[in-house]
Design a protein around this ligand. Structure first.
Ligand code: ADP
Ligand code: MG
Length: 259
């Protein structure tokens, strides 16, 4: 392959966020955020509660407007006129799963396909595929979110996000409220799924261990700004500021304090 083309493929940004700002009332929630998510890579977005992680994801999805700046999805500028079309290329797992409580798991998963008028057979075969991928018992499909466990609900949310086979997946603290054993298992499964599917993934977490385990790169945010972006070893070895240093050392190791 041509070397220049090869370099380009390796570094091609599937999501490019340029100088995004957003105010709520008078509060600047995002202050000129710039970051790139390379094709087929997983980037973990981490930072203290309220620093603007969810707001950034919603802006990338075109769910809320930005005050200034540009979002490019696979090289196309996100605009009001194309946001619906671009949104279909992104699977989104919202914070707390966001399943509709009055719909069964299957209805939740297939909701989006009704707008696209998929045939029943196509819906069912796609669901079959995804059941194997996310390792879900088919029995759960007829249950409502209130009757399944938190971990299972997150697998269903993931299936819903993957239904249209999007190039990009955005996950907002997908494992935030899951108990530790289930969380550990879901982390390994997510890693495996991301690897198998070769998707471009942006994942929000508040856990540095999870960010490092799942992400090829980490973006650490603070109060609407990027404090540091890099591989975990760069962040640990060369923290860009006192804030980064403090954030890293505040993540307690389980063995700390055991003599
Ligand atoms: P994070 O996901 O990092 O915890 P958010 O993006 O949810 O942070 O929120 C960033 C800031 O914006 C917070 O101060 C939050 O209170 C504020 N905020 C978020 N959504 C709204 C909204 N719809 N209206 C007003 N303020 C909001
Ligand atoms: Mg959030």
């Amino acid at each position: 392959m041509d070397r220049v083309f090869y370099w380009y493929m390796l570094h091609y940004a599937m999501i490019s966020v340029q100088n995004i700002s957003k105010k709520y009332d008078e509060k600047e929630v995002l202050k000129g955020i710039t970051l790139e998510i390379p094709k087929s890579k997983t980037v973990s977005l981490i930072g203290p509660s309220g620093c603007g992680k969810s707001t950034l994801l919603r802006i990338i999805m075109g769910l809320i407007p930005r005050d200034s700046g540009t979002v490019l999805i696979d090289g196309k500028e996100l605009k009001d006129s194309n946001k619906l079309e671009l949104r279909r290329r992104m699977g989104y797992v919202v914070q707390k799963g966001g399943l509709f409580p009055h719909l069964t798991a299957k209805e939740n998963i297939s909701l989006v396909t009704h707008y696209l008028e998929w045939e029943k057979a196509k819906i069912n075969s796609r669901i079959e595929e995804l059941l194997r991928l996310v390792r879900i018992d088919p029995v759960l499909l007829s249950k409502k979110p209130g009757n399944i466990s938190g971990g299972q609900a997150q697998r269903i949310s993931l299936m819903r996000a993957l239904m249209l086979d999007p190039d990009i997946i955005l996950l907002d603290e997908p494992l935030g409220s899951i108990d530790p054993l289930v969380r550990h298992e879901l982390q390994s499964d997510l890693k495996e799924i991301f690897k198998t599917l070769n998707k471009t993934v942006l994942l929000v977490t508040h856990d540095l261990g999870e960010a490092a385990y799942l992400g090829d790169e980490i973006v650490l945010m603070r109060e609407g700004e990027v404090a540091q972006q890099g591989a975990i070893h760069q962040i640990l070895q060369n923290p860009a500021s006192e804030f980064v240093q403090k954030f890293v050392s505040a993540q307690r190791s389980p063995l700390e304090g055991i003599k």
